[in-house]
Design a protein around this ligand. Structure first.
Ligand code: FES
Length: 120
């Protein structure tokens, strides 16, 4: 599992949220994920093969599986440890017993990943 330190904070979107800039999207090959750290908070960012961009909590709530190492197919993420399936757009469980937390993710005009998280 690779963790990338966030080097640039983003903008406050409101009193409770902050948009953080995680760096160039090219750091993540299509079909893969990477972990990013912002002020001690780990976020898994995943790209689908078609270029979709998603951000979720870094570890699976079941038994701590590293979700950045999961399999991405379209908008579905499969945990690498026990194959539970999650909808990357909502965090809803498709196979298993728990959901995951998702965060809004987008690309900016410079091709950088921006993720909105709760303000630390
Ligand atoms: S740790 Fe993810 S399904 Fe078990």
């Amino acid at each position: 599992m690779t963790t990338i330190e966030v080097v640039q904070a983003g903008t406050e979107t409101d009193a409770m949220k902050v948009e953080v800039i995680l760096g160039p999207v090219d750091m993540i090959p299509r079909g893969e994920g990477r972990n990013f750290e912002h002020r001690g908070m780990l976020i898994a960012v995943l790209r689908s093969r078609s270029g979709g961009l998603f951000a979720v909590q870094a570890t699976c709530p079941h038994r701590g599986g590293p979700l950045a190492d999961g399999l991405v197919g379209g908008t579905i993420l499969i945990c690498p440890l026990h194959n539970w399936k999650f909808d990357l757009t909502t965090g809803a469980v498709l196979y298993g017993d728990c959901s995951i937390t998702t965060y809004p993710a987008r690309l900016d005009d410079n091709g950088h990943i921006r993720v909105t998280i709760d303000s630390p």
